[in-house]
Design a protein around this ligand. Structure first.
Ligand SMILES: Cc1cc2nc3c(=O)[nH]c(=O)nc-3n(C[C@H](O)[C@H](O)[C@H](O)COP(=O)(O)O)c2cc1C
Length: 317
């Protein structure tokens, strides 16, 4: 059995596998299933209002006594209110996505909350470690959703070499090979989003799940670079339209208008052409919808086999 992962004790989990907070999809159903299976589930508060977040925290607690996290998006219009909710509801672990949460770290630490920011650069990782981050998630541009510019392969070892706190690798990981690779790069665990969408417990629309199962290695595209908020999604009519507008130099306001409300249209209502289907490059590897527990158990078993098999490269003499 693989063990001794530096992230498991501080987070109170059995396996070094985190379900990344996903707007609309990181709900009590998925979060509690991941935490019950020994990983760390994360509620994705996205742009959702405080009442929704409070309800999800409470519903998660009804389903599991295990630790879970709440992901707060820096672009959320409810950022301040949602931070109040996590303190009031005594959430133990907070993850941040989509920016620099530096100014909020001291307050959360004072409240006894562990902080786990998502970063896409060494500079931000270092700054947040200085400000008290407990674990840093280094996310490469392969990932679904908002992305940076550096690949997981290049980012993770550079972040791991720069920090003392444990690093979790995210972006482009969906199986035991990905976990073994992340460990080799100096991470202490993995965060996955796209793989967990294709779980039985995720409430994503079946048509969105099916699009991931049908995806090939080049099925995703990044749009929104001109707005400063690039996002990786499965290609469809919406991404073509978005790319065309960006090529024509359309103003940010027009692009924002086109993107408004499109994530729920795609991932919840199953409008696979007009909606936004955020997913990572690893979508092409995912061929089956499985229960969360099977996903986690399979990854742990496969990583162990791979690590053993790598011994073949050691010389005998
Ligand atoms: C549909 C979707 C929604 C996401 N929403 C968020 C979010 O609200 N906050 C965040 O920090 N990351 C978000 N992410 C990123 C994931 O948490 C995770 O880091 C990423 O999916 C990892 O890469 P992978 O998709 O290759 O596994 C989202 C990803 C997807 C696919």
């Amino acid at each position: 059995m693989l063990n001794n992962f530096a992230v498991c004790d501080p987070l109170g989990i059995d396996y070094p596998i985190v379900q990344g907070g996903m707007a609309w999809l990181g709900t009590a159903e998925l979060v509690s299933a991941v935490s019950e299976a020994g990983g760390l589930g994360t509620i994705g508060s996205g742009d959702a209002p405080p009442d929704w977040l409070r309800q999800q925290i409470r519903q998660t607690r009804e389903r599991t006594n295990r630790p879970f996290a709440v992901n707060i998006m820096m672009m959320s219009p409810f950022l301040a209110d949602n931070l109040k909710i996590v303190v009031e509801e005594e959430v133990k672990i907070v993850a941040f996505g989509g920016g620099n949460p530096g100014v909020y770290l001291a307050g959360l630490k004072e409240a006894g909350i562990k902080v786990m920011p998502v970063v896409s650069s060494v500079a931000l990782a270092r700054r947040l470690e200085r400000l008290g981050a407990d674990v840093v998630i280094a996310e490469g541009m392969e990932s679904g959703g908002h992305v940076g510019e550096t690949t997981t392969m290049a980012l993770v070892p550079q972040v791991a070499s720069s920090l003392k706190v444990p690093v979790i690798a995210a972006g482009g990981i969906a199986d035991g090979r990905g976990l073994a690779a992340a460990l080799a790069l100096g991470a202490q665990g993995i965060q996955m989003g796209t793989r967990f969408i294709c779980s039985e417990e995720c409430i994503a629309h079946p048509r969105f799940k099916e699009q991931i199962l049908q995806a090939h290695d080049r099925a995703t595209v990044v749009t929104g670079e001109s707005t400063g908020h690039p996002v990786r999604c499965l290609q469809n009519k919406l991404t073509y339209k978005f790319t065309e507008l960006e090529k024509r130099g359309a103003p940010t306001s027009e692009l924002e208008e086109l993107g408004r409300g499109k994530l729920s249209l795609g991932v919840m209502q199953g409008n696979i052409e007009e909606g936004s289907l955020m997913a990572g490059q690893i979508a092409g590897l995912i061929k089956e919808i499985k229960p969360v527990k099977t996903i986690i158990d399979d990854i742990m078993a496969e990583a162990e086999q791979i690590i053993d098999a790598l011994n073949v490269y050691k010389s005998k003499g």
